[in-house]
Design a protein around this ligand. Structure first.
Ligand SMILES: C[S@@+](CC[C@H](N)C(=O)[O-])C[C@H]1O[C@@H](n2cnc3c(N)ncnc32)[C@H](O)[C@@H]1O
Length: 312
């Protein structure tokens, strides 16, 4: 990769950290963060009993690299073919820093973004109140915020992202240029500033597009009343796995939706590795639909793991 400057030394602390964070972004890896499964903090790695890890610093990276120069070390972490992927040498580094591959990312749920955009447009000038639960450090809340800000002119939108672990705006994953949707082709420079040719980050001025809060979606106080659009991605059947809790959570969600509110759930990113929990989530949703607790919002695609439902 062009940004692996061979003249870089371990003393170039700031640049080393920028390179490593860019590398994580290119490989679709989020920043380190503690994982919560069924309400309990834990390591995302089997047989690793701590959820506390060292910060990403050049000193820590140099310890792992041993005698290798920074460019040599960074190069060893990736495999370059058509696109760049993490190499087998990356895994111990991920474990060292507690980095959970695939846990979050920008613009992961394109069909959902399009669906919500159409929903917002259809409401004309009425304010749309959107809540994004389990938002990690805000990646899916800000993906939605930027997407809607760029495509929905003259509409009033208020977005809140919540997570049981306090979201940290500054630890939000940077954005891989290739993952920016084509709809933002003409406006991307308004929202993002370049870090390297392949990586950019949200301009700080756009922080105002969403608010980030701490909240446990198993509790009533994690929701406002009369929500127009509630988004819950990659958590039900994934990090909340008990059927009883998923069912209760969905009933709670349906109660806090406004009269025309919609509930959007996307677990498609986990479909391949977690086939069984996805099916379980699907069964729970079908059961709640049958019992009239949830209403089918019109687009329920079991295959892609994309659900859109309305409260009753
Ligand atoms: C795998 S990540 C998914 C992140 C993001 N929504 C996505 O789809 O990329 C699961 C998230 O669920 C959050 N989480 C787990 N239990 C939660 C709860 N009871 N309330 C709110 N967030 C929770 C975790 O902290 C984590 O950020």
């Amino acid at each position: 990769m062009d940004q692996f400057n061979s003249g870089l030394g371990w003393d170039d602390h700031e640049l080393i950290e920028i390179y490593f964070r860019s590398l994580l972004t290119i490989c679709d890896l989020p920043m380190p963060r503690c994982a919560v499964f069924n309400g309990l903090r834990m390591s995302p790695f089997v047989n690793q009993d701590t959820d506390v890890w060292p910060s990403i610093t050049s000193v820590e990276l140099e310890k792992i690299a041993g005698t290798a120069a920074p460019s040599e070390f960074f190069q060893s972490l990736i495999v370059e073919s058509d696109h760049i992927e993490p190499s087998s040498k990356f895994l111990p580094v991920l474990r060292h820093f507690g980095i959970w591959a695939g846990a979050a990312g920008w613009f992961k749920y394109h069909s959902q973004l399009r669906f919500i955009e159409r929903f917002v447009q259809s409401r004309k000038r009425r304010q749309t109140r959107i809540e994004v639960q389990a938002t990690w450090n805000g990646e899916d809340a800000y993906s939605l915020a930027v997407f809607l800000d760029a495509l929905c002119r003259d509409v009033d939108i208020a977005i809140v992202g919540r997570d049981i672990v306090k979201p940290n705006f500054h630890e939000m994953q940077w954005v891989k240029a290739l993952s920016i949707p084509s709809e933002l082709h003409d406006t991307r420079q308004i929202y993002f500033e370049e870090v390297t040719n392949e990586v950019c980050k949200l301009k700080p001025v756009w922080r105002r597009l969403a608010a980030l809060e701490t909240g446990d979606m198993m509790l009533d106080n994690a929701y406002c009343a009369d929500i127009d659009c509630l988004v819950i991605n990659g958590v039900l059947g994934q990090t909340i796995t008990s059927s009883k809790e998923i069912s209760e959570m969905l009933q709670r969600a349906s109660r806090c939706l406004g009269e025309t509110g919609i509930l959007c759930i996307d677990n498609s990113a986990f479909a391949i590795t977690h086939e069984v929990p996805r099916r379980r989530l699907q069964n729970i949703i079908v059961d709640l639909l049958d019992r009239g607790i949830l209403a089918d919002g019109g687009l329920v695609s079991h295959q892609s793991g994309q659900y859109v439902l309305t409260g009753c």
